[in-house]
Design a protein around this ligand. Structure first.
Ligand code: COA
Ligand code: MG
Length: 293
């Protein structure tokens, strides 16, 4: 079981050289070098060149690098995809995906470009159709053309725009979509990260939304500003008490007297084998986080 922590996933405009530089020192698990929404039309080419150069130069350590391209229907999409395939980051993030075929198209193009298999596909879940087709989109991961698919990224700003649902504290208007996307992702073994919190100076509201995303089952959250990174890491790391409890469950099932049992009692509570599985994941993710230093 190899687990990559994806607690904090920081966007930055590919046109912003200072941000690309600063990201080398920020404690984010992953970085999205953006060519799409954060870049103005007359800066698209500059951003593409600058992002490719930053990846080639390296220095990002354990941080996962993801390039968000413009959609293939835009004047920049094809050139972005070619440049990204050549730069070979950890993943290419595709905006406005609405069907399994949208994923397959990218997979076939990457294969035709001889892009290394290590380059995964991440998709923005941000259109009304994507909410209706979430399961089908995730199922692309089980097909030959879509096998690079690894992660869903909730695009809550675009979703709010397209559906007219409002972004309110607690996100009740979006709750159904968020949990549908979590279920779709898990059904096909994908990771999923939550949408951004725009009011980046409001750290209290941000912490609440991180906790909410965690409770929905998200692996982490996309971020827009460096000050969001540390509180986000905190929110999506298993608490020490959780790790301790997980270790107790594992140890209890390992006892000779409990071999072959499906349900046992630990400190007065019923735990089942499924809890031991959850506990092993909790310990593995805590270890992967600790290994990042
Ligand atoms: N990634 C990396 N570094 C960032 C950053 C980011 N997303 N946002 C800001 N920084 C850096 C700044 O360059 C600045 O560096 P320095 O002072 O060490 O030189 C420092 O962090 C503080 O930035 P600050 O002055 O508070 O913010 P700003 O006014 O420069 O920028 C935003 C504010 C919102 C424009 C900027 O944070 C941003 O572009 N965020 C990402 C937006 C995005 O990618 N959106 C697309 C997906 S929703
Ligand atoms: Mg968008």
């Amino acid at each position: 079981m190899t687990i990559r922590p994806r607690r904090s996933v920081l966007y930055m405009p590919g046109s912003n050289a200072r941000a690309l530089e600063k990201a080398r020192t920020l404690p984010a698990d992953a970085l999205i070098l953006d060519l799409e929404d954060a870049v103005a039309p007359d800066m698209k080419e500059t951003a593409r060149t600058q992002v490719a150069a930053a990846i080639a130069e390296g220095g990002y350590g354990p941080r996962e690098l993801i390039v968000r391209i413009n959609g293939l229907a835009t004047p920049w999409g094809e050139a972005d995809l070619e440049a990204a395939a050549k730069a070979a980051p950890d993943a290419i993030l595709v905006p406005k995906v609405s069907s399994a075929e949208d994923v397959a198209v990218i997979g076939r193009k990457l294969a035709a470009l001889d892009c290394p298999g290590s380059v995964k596909i991440w998709v923005m879940m941000e259109t009304p159709l994507a909410m209706l087709n979430a399961g089908a989109i995730a199922s692309a991961a089980a097909s030959e053309d879509g096998k690079r698919l690894a992660c869903f990224v909730m695009g809550t700003n675009d979703l709010a725009k397209e559906t007219r649902a409002r972004l309110v504290p607690g996100r009740l208007p979006m709750a159904g979509w968020l949990s549908t996307c979590v279920a779709a992702a898990r059904a096909y073994g994908l990771d999923i990260v939550d949408g951004v919190y725009n009011d980046f100076n409001n750290l209290e509201g941000f912490a609440a939304e991180c906790a909410e995303g965690r409770d929905f089952g998200m692996d982490g959250k996309t971020l827009i500003h460096p000050k969001q990174v540390e509180p986000c890491n905190e929110a999506f790391s298993p608490a020490e008490s959780e790790v301790e409890w997980a270790k107790k469950i594992i140890a209890a099932f390992d006892l000779a007297e409990n071999r072959g049992k499906g349900a046992i009692t630990v400190e007065g509570r019923m735990v089942e084998l499924l809890h031991a599985e959850m506990a092993r994941r909790t310990v593995a993710i805590a270890e992967a986080i600790a290994a990042r230093g």
